[in-house]
Design a protein around this ligand. Structure first.
Ligand code: CU
Length: 465
């Protein structure tokens, strides 16, 4: 089988991207270096020399975002490195792992960003004189399975629709962008650089579909986000949960449960799944950043800070630390609306509160999606069973850890991008309403002061009936 067939069948290779680099006029691969890069990364590869020359590789891309060299050409020169002595047509002998030659089990498609007007509660309306705040979710474009089954797209939400896969699956995340260039970074999945979606050190995507390939190797809680001008684009809300479910019947599960999660070396069924992405917004900061720095905001580096004409200014500080949030959110529900019983709450009378029947097993996947330090206090005991995508006590690599219980009314803190999986077996506690309180602290100040003034707080409840 010719390499072109492999690529086109298994990847739906976007021929517009570097097709001439990989294929000659007769459809045979002509550039062994490009082929090796393809074998490593399974995607359309911007050739090194083009990257170095700052040419626009992905239509719509920004030259300034792509001027770092990705590879050292000598390392992929077959004459220098025996690992790359491949037959460019037959691929033999092949010394690199090639998961990309397997048909993907799941293709998850996203388009973004979409400008989304998030309603804010009366306290923010009064203080800021605004009725909504702009966020930039990715929109689900549907899921395609290896047998051709197409699953419909989820409605537009913020945070963005969850990327969800089953442990062991080979997954493609498709990104098509609107308005400027962006990436999708599957945080903590750790694929190859070309599939990792970290702008500036590889490239950004503008317009057509780019396929990131990754293996859902470890069941756990992750998230995905745009990694271009990260401080700004993440703050604008270009993120969503990424969940890998264990390889069991029914996985991947629907958000909200029921489902099954790894617990130590075994499995545990839960009745209710709660996805809490806790975030904060400074409504002025984003405006100042965009107005003064455009899409250079978020790149604190002398080389990247330009005068608007592409000339480096040498500036190293563009004031991003002056972040003073006004809006505090649990999964898009702001300030007092997170509490139950607030009249006129568009998110429902329970707000962000969790209401379950006693005896149900509740799994809270907690994501720190903000920049402030977050201090959580639960009014009932919670068992921490997984941290940052890894199951505590799951061998062999997690055998020296184990789940632990945070007693009721005992605070714990999380910092940016942390994920904790919290288990609450409500059969072990009395019926009632249990407070969940979150304090926010400026992370600079918190570093040196254990009890600094808080920047804000949130309250909600776990209601066991
Ligand atoms: Cu972006």
């Amino acid at each position: 089988m010719a390499i072109t067939d492999v690529i086109r069948r298994d990847l739906g290779f976007p021929e517009a991207l570097n097709a001439d680099r990989l294929f000659g006029l007769n459809g045979q691969a002509v550039d062994p270096n490009a082929l090796v890069m393809f074998e490593q990364h399974a995607c359309a590869i911007p050739p090194t020399d083009t990257v170095a020359s700052r040419s626009v590789l992905i239509p719509g891309g920004e030259e300034m975002d792509r001027n770092l060299n990705m590879t050292i050409p000598e390392l992929v020169d077959p004459a220098v490195n025996p690992a790359f002595q491949l037959d460019p047509v037959t691929l033999a002998p092949l010394t690199l792992p090639t998961p990309e030659r397997v048909r993907p089990d799941r293709v998850l498609s996203r388009q973004g960003p979409i400008s989304f007007a998030l309603p804010v509660p009366p306290s923010v309306q009064a203080a800021k004189g605004i009725g909504t705040v702009e966020v930039w979710p990715f929109q689900d474009q549907g899921t395609t399975l290896s047998d051709g089954t197409v699953l419909p797209a989820a409605p537009l939400t913020w945070p963005s629709a969850t990327l969800r896969a089953r442990e062991g699956e080979l997954v493609h995340t498709e990104l098509s962008t609107r308005l400027n260039t962006h990436t999708i970074h599957m945080h903590a999945i750790e694929p190859t650089a070309m599939n990792d979606g970290v702008g500036h050190i590889t490239f950004e995507v503008g317009g057509p579909i780019y396929r990131y390939q990754w293996r859902a190797a470890d069941a756990g809680t992750y998230f995905y986000h745009c990694h271009k001008n990260t401080a700004l684009h993440f703050e604008m809300g270009m993120y969503g949960f990424l969940i890998v479910d264990p390889d069991v019947t029914g996985a991947p599960f629907a958000d909200g449960g029921p489902g099954t999660i790894r617990y130590r070396d075994g499995l545990l069924d839960y009745d209710r799944e709660v996805l809490w992405a806790v975030d904060e917004i400074d409504v002025e900061w984003r405006t100042v950043m965009l107005a003064n720095y455009g899409h250079s905001a978020g790149i604190v580096c002398p080389f990247y800070n330009t005068d608007g004409l592409g000339n480096p200014t040498g500036a190293t500080n563009i004031g991003m630390h002056a972040f003073d949030p006004d809006i505090f959110l649990i999964s898009g529900i702001a300030n007092e609306w997170t509490q139950p019983g607030i009249p006129g709450n568009p998110f429902g009378e329970d707000g962000a509160a969790v209401r379950v029947r006693r005896g149900e097993v509740v799994l809270i996947r907690l994501l720190h999606a903000g920049y402030n330090t977050q201090r959580y206090t639960f009014g009932l005991p919670v068992e921490v069973i997984g941290i940052d995508g890894r199951t505590l006590g799951f061998g062999p690599f997690m055998q020296y850890s184990e789940p632990f219980t945070v007693p009721a009314n005992t605070p714990f803190e999380l910092t940016t991008a942390r994920r904790w999986d919290l288990l609450i077996d409500t059969g072990n506690v009395a019926t009632g309403e249990y407070d969940v309180h979150i304090d926010f602290y400026d992370w600079h100040v918190r570093t040196s002061d254990p009890n600094p003034p808080r920047t804000g707080f949130l309250d909600t409840k776990i209601i066991i009936e």
